[in-house]
Design a protein around this ligand. Sequence first.
Ligand code: HGY
Ligand code: MN
Ligand code: MN
Length: 423
Amino acid sequence: MKIDAPRLHRRIAALAEIGDTGDGGVCRLALTDDDKAGRDLVLTWMRELGLRVEVDVVGNITGTWPADATEAPVLTGSHIDTVRTGGRFDGNLGVLAGLECIETVITAGTELARPLAVGVFTDEEGSRFAPDMLGSLVFVGGMAPEEALSTSDRDGLVLGDELARIGYAGPIPCPQRPPHAYVELHVEQGPVLEAEGITIGAVTGVQGISWQELTITGQSNHAGTTPMHLRHDAGAVAAQIAVAVRDLATSPGGPHVGTVGRLDLHPDLVNVVAGRAVLTVDLRDTDEAVLAAAEKSFAEQVRALAEAEGVEVATRTLARFEPVAFDEALVDLVEAIATEHGHSVKRLPSGAGHDAQMLARVCPSAMVFVPSVKGISHNPAELTSDSDIEAGANVLLDLLLELATDRLQIRKRSVAGSAEGAA
Ligand code: HGY
Ligand code: MN
Ligand code: MN
């Protein structure tokens, strides 16, 4: 059984027209009108397939087949919200490939031991409403729905109001019942698979994530008349912090990556010393101890910089997730299926956060990666070849069939140290 690749490519292209930024990219920030339009389109496809469509209290969507199934499903999916300068594959591929796999199974009339479902998780990116993976975090009970619904974006708009405004404040309570297992197809968004000429990534887990927002309060003053030793320059401290983050991530024993992605100065004028600066710091590592040590060292540096300049720094945690390891037997299975399909396959951790890291809290979970051209993502130039998309979706199809038809119990996998049964 193979997916209908042209149909999958058509759906990827159709969804990418919504929020099209004209340069090959997509902008569908969570709970905007474009996110609504994208949701509406995917819901239409789900309903045309005869799936049971459900929306929960934070807008997570699930489409289940058979529609009258009551058992815990094998769940696949991802997200369709994007960053402002997003590509057409991040998240979207996982949702549309999941839908394609279910349509392929329906068309084939295959008997399933348990239902299949495809999920669209709310606000995975977290770039409008923090934290990232917000929808799947609430889905698994890691965040109270009330807390999620009351978060606001930088314009003060409240998530619950935006959800109601776009008509996706659903009735299904959270946390939802755990699925039987969860598997997600996603573009790697990094350079590893392409650099090594590998087609399929058997993802071993997701690195830990630490997001902070720093508000630096100094004193606005005249750029021409204020002597350097009398300044309390929030902009200068922000710049020093950005360099400190870079130095931390490039120093031996430092975190794998460190990023200052957002930096706003106030009053943001050429001839005024900035009285206020707001910036974000994103630190990540696969080792929790390294990540925690990095946070500690960073906080000490901020304190010293603030004291030297005579400014105040207020820090707000936007997201903090420890590293996650995926289910070993499922990772084995991804590797075995990719090998059976004749693809090169490599185990690797994910640099990016994913909904799968939340589902891993409540059920056996794993991910399948396909290469990103030049390792680019969160950028309109994000690209994955048609053949790699097809390869990934067909690996996902066999993964779902293994888990939904219990073939797993009788499958003798060629992987050394085969583990009988996954979930
Ligand atoms: O930030 C991330 O890693 C993901 O794209 N939300
Ligand atoms: Mn993603
Ligand atoms: Mn992303």
